[in-house]
Design a protein around this ligand. Sequence first.
Ligand code: FAD
Length: 475
Amino acid sequence: MNRQLVWFRDDLRAIDNPALYYASQESTSTIAVYIATPKQWQQHDDAPSKIDFWRRNLKCLQATLSELNISLHFFQVETYQQIPDLIASICQHWKIKKLHFNQQYAFNEQLRDQHVTDVCHKIGVQAHSYVDQLLLPPKSVRTKSGGAFKVFTPFAKQARQQMQDPLVMLPLPTAQHTIEITHFPEKLELDQISWPSVTKAIQLMWPAGEQSAEKSLISFCESTINGYQQNRDIPSIPGTSGLSPYLTSGVISVKQCWLATKVYNDGSDNFAVWQNELLWREFYRHILIDYPQISKHQPWKSQTENIRWRKNEAELVAWQQGLTGFPIIDAAMRQLLTCGWMHNRVRMLTAMFLSKHLMIDWRLGESWFMQHLIDGDIASNNGGWQWCASTGTDAVPYFRLFNPITQSQRFDPQGKFIRHYLAELSTLNDKEIHFPRKNRPQDYPAPIIDLAEARERVLAEFKALGNKKAIIKTR
Ligand SMILES: Cc1cc2nc3c(=O)[nH]c(=O)nc-3n(C[C@H](O)[C@H](O)[C@H](O)COP(=O)(O)OP(=O)(O)OC[C@H]3O[C@@H](n4cnc5c(N)ncnc54)[C@H](O)[C@@H]3O)c2cc1C
């Protein structure tokens, strides 16, 4: 008996899944497990829409695996701390020789995996982890002096050079022999796990399964990509791939996406621009790996820890609920609440509005996004928030501050996006809709801040930071 155990986490697919594929190569007896951790999900701000997406994808995965005679079993514990002991007892109970899992890079996940590996070694079970979420292995994209890149553009240039070797996509695992496994009291059915409930509308927007993900990828590469360069910034147009929930939960691999850009490439700039977005994802993952403080609520630029963020509960709630009196901001925040997703252009605007105009701590926005995004991902979310708050890797200094009115006029000229989410403004004309003044409906709030004053306030705070840094240094 040479039994292999595959532990699924955020890699909910059968194709191009290194842990699953290599386990099936080692023997003909492979078993799979998924361990739910509801309390940990809560501590990590995982959104109900994302957790429900996991549930729906696990159902699809279970069906796919069963056709390969690989049974997927479910367990539940409160937090990561209980996982090492559980895995050890699963391995002993089912006489497992080797455990296989794909790497995750946030601090708690790394710690958990180290503990699991240690426990396995103690009981004589081998544990092997694989690079799955990345196009290039951790710490392999380096500057000439061997350090980590701190800025996106040179990172992307170097990454492209290193990716000239052909990427290889792994096929479905080979079918296994049926295994009779003994009863395990803690084992649950998928529906016995404490899943949160979400609206039917969100479930319909994001259908589960590898086939749905692949369909979206193909339809994007065959058609939507043609206008990507122009349309990707227009929030009223479905001009992007919509693949982020699938990538975050590993229903599709980043390699599958990158290879599609090779297969479908018509030589237009659109494919190169889309590849760049995949490289932004890659960049933030490498940043997460090289700077573990990112996982611990610390800013990437340590001196920005001295910023005196404002504490204003009323303004925070107005931002969260889409009631700031700035239509593009409010429409975006309501898109997040109704769809569990937000367009990239308005993610930037809303993040800058909170962290710069309202000068409220970016970490509060980061966790609100995580609590609601179906694609919530610590690396990209933290990277995006810190970029917008000028505490992170943005190469432009702190004075980059998008004006929500001029951005609205530029990227939603006819107010289509605003009208879609703010029915109360639907009768305003294309000019007024960006900043309603004399015709503002009674049920729409007045602006909660003066943009010019807010701009001065935040620029002064960042400017003073330079002086504070000097003071700290001279002490
Ligand atoms: C404040 C803020 C928070 C964000 N939080 C997340 C998050 O939690 N999860 C997440 O996946 N993305 C996040 N992003 C990045 C981006 O907004 C989404 O990836 C994108 O909107 C997803 O839509 P799409 O799949 O249609 O993108 P496409 O334009 O089709 O891009 C393809 C893929 O590239 C990646 N990508 C695109 N843009 C970025 C980017 N700026 N940074 C990192 N990866 C990118 C995503 O995986 C995306 O699915 C955030 C951006 C900002 C500014």
